[in-house]
Ligand binder design. Sequence first.
Ligand SMILES: Cc1ncc(COP(=O)(O)O)c(C=O)c1O
Length: 347
Amino acid sequence: MSEPVVDLRSDTLTKPTPAMRRAMMAAEVGDDVWGEDPNVNALQEESAALLGKEAALYVPSGTMANLVSVKAHTQPGDEVIIHPLSHTVRYESAGGAMVAGVQWRPLGNADGTLPLAEVEAAIYQGDNPHFAPTRLICLENTHNALGGTVLPLASLDALAALARAKGLPMHLDGARLLNAAVALDVQATRIAAAFDSTSLCFSKGLGAPVGSIVAGSKAFIARCTRFRKMFGGGMRQAGFMAAAARYALRHHVTRLAEDHEHARRLAAAIADEPHLELIYGMPQTNIVFFRCTHPQRSMAELAEGLKARGVLIGPTGPDAARAVTHLDVDGAGIERAIAALHAVLKG
Ligand SMILES: Cc1ncc(COP(=O)(O)O)c(C=O)c1O
């Protein structure tokens, strides 16, 4: 029997485990647009508690979680301070501009944090008609495009103190918030406490097939619920998916540490290869970005060679690629990926 493909392109590619599928099959469901799906209601309550917020809302995707949040915090014509390499700015199809009508004010440090003094200087709350009023600050943790970086708690607290002093809300794209919590060995509430609202994706490292949560105050979640409906994201018997997310919260959180260990093993092997280099150093969580400096072999050729050996990575540029560890890649899979890398570079 041929060995399974080791798919490191993304942690969104996981398939539900047999036990998760059983939980989905057994789920009691109802019409969630009417607030009658018991699994969605339970997921929302459990997520609000996990994140230390008053309320939470199940939405179809991480993109919609960020979009309803930005929309609920702002008015068209407002400005939002956000890292230029954040998923929301780069990979959400200009939803903030198109749907919420906001203007991004990109400011960021190389480690995914925001530069405090520059943020303070950029905040505009006056009545000069030339300027868009600042209405929201957004962060991403872990920071995907910067290699799954975990933002230091002190940087979150300092930014939160500034935002509160200015009366500005903060939103967290917490697609991988639990990877950050596991890496720091803190409760998710410790990270979420710096924010007025946070998202969390079930369909990434947690291994559920669909869905994200947005958590915040009751009034904020009521606004998000209206926008979810407006954007076409009101789902009916969504409890089948919510049951998978609830299963993931019970069984797939502490194991994220394994993914982080796998990413470090892979990164160490990459660092040992003379013609490969880590772009962001040793990973803190489950994302490894690396560059190919081989004089005769491009990253596309390296990826093709790996594919022929049953290992998939995601090229991100002419000489760069991303490898993401997750639930469907075990220790043996990582060893196969490492052996394939060595073989292709030697061949
Ligand atoms: C940091 C971050 N935020 C948001 C998203 C969007 O999630 P979705 O693909 O569910 O829309 C992603 C997806 O990879 C992500 O990495």
